[in-house]
Write a protein that binds this ligand. Structure first.
Ligand code: CA
Length: 220
């Protein structure tokens, strides 16, 4: 899952980026409103964590113009402890949820998973499809009732493909979900993960759509 973190406080930004990366998220971090808009225009994200007090363009403006473009990207706003009015404004401008500083990283990760899940139209926390079960909170996986050992990146590939069965994801789209800015991407990394997953799930669970990308079919 790829996140855009918009936070001008260096210590918080570094801590959140590091913590969420350890939790298996790919995180791009920008420190002002203008850079957030550039990143939103250039990349595709699964969720944005948005501090509201920002230099250049404040968080509310970033959020307002995102929603004005009819972009339904899930947004969690980050506000100061006693800023009730700010939280209300954030939610009324189109945020999906909020956290209050100082927040707990595990709680933040859980809120991100919840808003992304709701956008995908799922109420259940576990993804179940064609005998596969994935729990994004614990990274536990099973296939046809047996536990499945997956690396963090194999899990991320499979989560991206099974969250929207039938949707084709290109190699570049999968790479975007796996790696944040500044992380080294091996040129054939996605192929290597797909190959590894096919060894564990059988060759036809993930289909190759020639010249386009990969998909998990809606049904067998
Ligand atoms: Ca701030």
């Amino acid at each position: 899952m790829r996140l855009l973190l918009v936070e001008d406080d260096r210590m918080i930004g570094e801590g959140v980026q590091k913590g969420l990366r350890q939790d298996g998220f790919s995180v791009d971090w920008v420190q002002d409103g203008r850079s957030a808009e550039l990143a939103l225009g250039a990349e595709s994200y699964d969720c944005m964590l948005l501090d509201l007090g920002l230099p250049n363009r404040d968080g509310i403006e970033v959020l307002r113009s995102l929603r004005a473009r009819h972009d339904d990207l899930p947004v969690v706003v980050v506000t100061a402890r006693d800023a009730v009015a700010e939280r209300i404004k954030g939610l009324d401008t189109g945020a999906d949820d909020y956290v209050v500083k100082p927040f707990d990283l595990d709680e933040l990760a859980a809120r991100v998973r919840a808003v992304v899940r709701r956008r995908e139209g799922r109420a259940e926390p576990v993804i179940e499809h064609l005998g596969l079960k994935l729990n994004p909170a614990t990274h536990e996986a099973s296939f046809e009732g047996k536990p499945l050992a997956l690396s963090a990146r194999e899990f991320a590939v499979l989560e991206a493909l099974t969250a929207r069965p039938g949707a084709i994801l290109s190699r570049a789209q999968l790479e975007e979900r796996l790696y944040g800015w500044g992380e080294e991407v091996e040129s054939n990394a996605v192929e290597v993960f797909i190959h590894g997953l096919r060894k564990k799930l059988g060759t036809d669970f993930i289909r190759t759509v020639r010249g386009v990308g990969y998909m998990v079919p809606r049904s067998r």
